[in-house]
Design a protein around this ligand. Structure first.
Ligand code: PAF
Length: 284
């Protein structure tokens, strides 16, 4: 594995390799089992002839609050080791000044899907994601890129960006990796109190119960109500949103629609905001 920190080194590393299939996995570091699954999927997709590029960059432009950015976990040594173990060929770890000029004046903003769900409470967050991912796409010029479905809204917005800006890149969504008790793996889980960690599997359990009610023909309000009711009953938990939406447009799901649906939830467990979701199969 080659580890590079500048754009120039990245360019040199990319021209040295076989360029037929180049698979990019962008990350912000603090890598865990969910990232390992993305990296392994990338290795499989690239095959032995292709190139897997991972980036570890804690992107300042997607944080709406400086406290969150400084509290974000950083584990650079472990990240390097995990990338090597998962078969990454090139690891790009730039510093913020390598990625952003002090007088940068351009933004990449998606204006529909980013207004709802997490976007409603995190203004500017998805514009920061689109900016850094479009820069990484230009720098790496991958044929494929992989993003986790845990951040389903991010993936939907990036699909829209690729479509509307004509990036010649195939995006792949990777399934959510879960702990044995169903909690979606996240770097935030370690910040939960023991009480909230014990309660947190209720998120996925409520999504499964809601999926059953969807399959039985419950209305969108009833379906999201199953999640809301299960979580609001828990001590110290506040639901930010629980919504049944169209899986592509993220707009509220119309009762009787025949399009794929997504049930998405965000909830505060004390000081920690957890998100999760489930894709709902079409009703036959
Ligand atoms: O999902 C993430 O970790 C980040 O939002 C991403 C896609 C790496 C952009 O900084």
């Amino acid at each position: 594995m080659r580890r590079v920190t500048t754009k120039r080194e990245l360019r040199a590393a990319l021209t040295a390799g076989n360029n037929e299939r180049r698979v990019l996995v962008p990350t912000m570091g603090a890598l865990h089992a969910g990232h390992a699954a993305l990296l392994r999927q990338a290795r499989e997709l690239a095959g032995s002839e292709g190139v897997v590029v991972a980036s570890v960059f804690l992107n300042p432009t997607q944080f709406d609050n400086a406290g969150d950015l400084s509290a974000y976990p950083r584990t650079p040594e472990e990240d390097v080791n995990l990338c090597a173990e998962c078969g990454v060929d090139i690891l790009f770890m730039p510093e913020p000044q390598e990625m952003y000029r002090a007088d940068r004046s351009l933004c990449v903003e998606e204006t529909q899907l980013s207004r709802v769900l997490c976007g409603a409470s995190r203004p500017g967050h998805f514009a920061g994601v689109c900016l850094v991912v479009s820069k990484l796409f230009n720098l790496v010029q991958p044929t494929d890129a992989i993003f986790g479905k845990k951040d389903y809204q991010q993936l939907a917005i990036l699909r829209r960006m690729v479509r509307d800006l004509d990036f010649p890149i195939v995006l792949h969504g990777a399934d959510i990796v879960r702990e044995k008790d169903g909690l979606a793996v996240s770097s935030r889980n370690v910040r939960l109190t023991p009480e909230h960690r014990a309660a947190a599997p209720a998120i996925y359990a409520s999504l499964l119960a809601a999926a059953e009610s969807f399959a039985r023909g419950a209305s969108p309000v009833q379906v999201s109500g199953v999640v809301r009711a299960a979580l609001e009953r828990l001590h110290g938990v506040r639901v930010d949103y629980a919504e049944l939406v169209d899986a592509e447009t993220l707009q509220p799901y119309a009762a009787g629609s025949s399009r794929p649906a997504l049930l998405a939830v965000a909830a505060w467990f004390g000081e920690v905001r957890l998100i999760d979701n489930i894709e709902l199969p079409l009703l036959s």
